[in-house]
Design a protein around this ligand. Structure first.
Ligand code: NAD
Ligand code: TDX
Length: 332
């Protein structure tokens, strides 16, 4: 029996991770620690409600974290404030949860000598020119643009320092943009799907030319399992499908697949400091751990995700009203 603590397990990637862990690893005993912020949703764990222990609490609560870490063998740390636009508007919760929350986890795993896997993002590396073959590698210097990216960069550096100086048994992964079911409708792909399903038009920032590398959430989580099982301690692994697309291409693909003209979208004011392009060189995880995405191409993964949002309006309707109210304040 392996006792696994999953922080942020009621969020998008964490909930998908918990469900896939329980489906593939009956020998795992899973505890979820989640503060249920606006981004967390217990209903994302409905199908495994009776198979997990759910603790409603904060990663910054050091006493609670200490106890839960002591009762676990391995910690997978997803909990974070995760939306760039929110961080540009109000950075405080990002500093608190992403930096101090990670510090709280690090203190506990150090004290109890537990294995930690820290989940991070390719945004810590800044951005790349639009038309270049360049990709981020595990050695690329950190150059975060947004408060979100800077807070995740800080958390990564803390984990690296704790691994090196205190011998904490930690690994890190920095993944490209995820898409999949149960993603909050504030994020790009679900926002546009939900707009179309609500008879509204998708909204592209700026000219829609910014490029992201779209990776299915299940492929991300398979990679996390490989790293937890066989990753080299102290190491960082980049994860990305290799499928780079401009935001405009993604919206056009979505509109066509939903039976609408490809140009039925609006351009809205750009995000300040908007990173141009992210692209990960994921050679290390492919060669060392044999990771291969099941969805190497967005066109393979997107139709089922569109269907999921079509069939689960009950899950996103109310949250959409809240997030669109926030976007109206930002003029986007
Ligand atoms: P999300 O916003 O959907 O979920 C975050 C979860 O963390 C929520 O359930 C929330 O309630 C919880 N949480 C927030 N503050 C907390 C606190 N103080 N204590 C306990 N729980 C708290 O985010 P996501 O998209 O699932 O991202 C998960 C992780 O993956 C994050 O660390 C993010 O940086 C990273 N990541 C995300 C992507 C992406 O494309 N979404 C890509 C790469 C890396
Ligand atoms: O309505 C929109 N229109 C639009 O053009 C929204 C919400 C976004 N965009 C653009 C901004 C980005 O270029 O789409 C792209 C993707 O936007 P987000 O979904 O906000 O993602 P991004 O800023 O790239 O960050 C994401 O990937 C890395 C996640 O939110 C982070 O948590 C993760 O670390």
């Amino acid at each position: 029996m392996t006792r696994m603590l999953v922080t942020g397990g009621a969020g998008f990637i964490g909930a998908n991770f918990v469900r896939s862990t329980l489906a593939s690893r009956p020998e795992y005993e899973v505890t979820v620690l989640d503060a249920l912020t606006y981004a967390g949703d217990r209903r994302s764990l409905d199908s495994v409600r009776d198979d997990i222990r759910f603790v409603h609490g904060d990663v910054c609560d050091e006493e609670l974290v200490d106890r839960l870490v002591r009762e676990s063998d391995v910690v997978v740390h997803f909990a974070a404030e995760s939306h760039v636009d929110n961080s540009l508007h109000h950075a405080d919760p990002f500093i608190r949860t992403n930096i101090l929350g990670t510090h709280s986890i690090l203190k506990a795993v150090r004290r109890h000598e537990r294995r930690l896997h820290h989940i991070s993002t390719d945004e810590v590396y800044g951005d790349l020119p639009l038309d270049s073959p360049e990709r981020f590698t595990e050695e690329t210097p950190y150059r975060p643009s947004s408060p979100y990216a800077a807070s995740k960069a800080s958390s990564d550096l803390l984990v690296r320092a704790w691994a090196r100086s205190y011998g904490v048994a930690a690994t890190l992964s920095n993944c490209a943009n995820n898409y999949g079911p149960y993603q909050h409708v504030e994020k790009f792909i679900p926002r546009q799907i939900a707009a179309v399903l609500s008879d509204e038009r998708p909204k592209l920032y700026g000219a829609g030319l910014n490029v992201r590398e779209w990776t299915h959430v299940d492929d991300h989580n398979t990679a996390v399992h490989l790293i937890v099982d066989r990753g080299r301690l102290g190491e960082t692994y980049l994860i990305g499908s290799g499928d780079e697309r401009s935001n405009r291409e993604v919206v056009e693909l979505l509109l066509r697949s939903m039976g609408l003209p490809a140009d039925a979208y609006d351009l809205v004011p750009d995000r300040p400091g908007h990173d141009l392009r992210y692209a990960c060189d994921s050679t290390r995880i492919r060669q060392e751990l044999g990771w291969r995405p099941v969805f190497p191409d967005l066109t393979a993964g997107l139709p089922a995700v569109v269907d999921w949002y079509r069939d689960n309006q009950w899950w996103w309707d109310e949250r959409r009203q809240q997030s669109e109210a926030r976007y109206r304040l930002l003029g986007r």
